[in-house]
Design a protein around this ligand. Structure first.
Ligand SMILES: [Zn+2]
Length: 285
């Protein structure tokens, strides 16, 4: 079992030393932490606020995931944390999916010469929408992309549509860790149907993840997950989708589906909008 060990000082310690007056005048710095995945000597998790990313350090450079810097200076801190560990260049930044809370603010990485990689649908969305403060990917992932650097390997996989239409699972095979971003959360799945997300496709993505040899799955927010956690999450959501499908076969309509699907035993609640979109997905010809 892999474990996490804190190696960085949390900014909350700094905040705690501020005087009451100073706190009233200056917003406390947001807490961040860099943790090393125990059992490895080169894979780290960087957390800023509630979001987290991963990076691997090799002798020839660093491969990092999401800048997590929407409307905040997380990328600057992220780079400083990396540079406390290595002076090797940051060579790659891989986007987990196209949601801005994960991928905005990558410019400081671009300024250092990093190559940006994302799912091909994420790049298409970014190019079309031209969001402020999102670096356009240089390279794309279709089904699988292998990045080799300094004797290490990172594999970026697309296993289909789930949280969005452009989720990339970033796998670190040498250390048996996989970054699953918002494909796993501490709560119910959030399907961004408007951006290509799919409730039906969600479990197959986790099936793809479960085929990988991993011991720890890192979400974009929340606690690290074991293989058993991933299996349980997959089963729970597949059960919701199966129950919805059965309810529709038994006559549930778009308006009544929410009241026809039991989820209290699963511990998740979904809103009416979710059930409407799920109905549309399950009845699409
Ligand atoms: Zn997301």
């Amino acid at each position: 079992m892999l474990r996490l060990r804190f190696i960085g000082l949390s900014a909350t310690l700094v905040a705690a030393t501020l005087s009451t007056t100073a706190q009233a005048q200056t917003a406390a710095p947001p807490p961040y932490a860099t943790t090393k995945v125990e059992g490895t000597d080169n894979v780290y998790i960087f957390r800023f606020g509630g979001h987290q990313s991963m990076f691997i350090v090799t002798k020839d450079g660093v491969i990092a995931t999401d800048p997590i810097s929407e409307r905040r200076p997380a990328a600057k801190t992220y780079i400083e944390e990396i540079q406390k560990i290595t002076k090797a260049p940051i060579k790659y930044v891989i986007y987990s999916h196209s949601h801005y809370d994960h991928i905005a603010g990558g410019k400081p990485f671009k300024d250092l010469g990093a190559t940006f990689i994302a799912h091909k649908n994420a790049k298409a969305r970014i190019v079309a929408l031209k969001p402020d403060d999102v670096v356009v990917p240089d390279q794309v992932v279709d089904n699988k992309k292998v990045i080799k650097l300094g004797g290490a390997e990172v594999r970026a996989y697309s296993f289909g549509r789930g949280h969005t239409g452009d989720d990339t699972m970033v796998y670190f095979p040498d250390t048996k860790v996989v970054m699953v971003s918002d494909q796993i959360t501490d709560n119910a799945p959030l399907v961004d149907f408007a951006n290509g997300g799919s409730a039906v496709g969600w479990a197959p993505i986790l099936d793809g993840v479960l085929k990988l040899d991993f011991e720890m799955a890192i979400p974009g927010r929340g606690e690290p997950k074991t293989r058993a956690d991933v299996e349980a999450y997959r089963t729970k959501f597949a059960t919701v989708v199966t129950r919805a499908s059965d309810a529709i076969k038994a006559g549930a309509t778009r308006d009544t589906l929410a009241s026809q699907v039991k989820t209290d035993d699963i511990g998740w609640n979904f809103n009416a909008q979710f059930y409407g979109s799920l109905y549309d997905e399950l009845t699409k010809k």
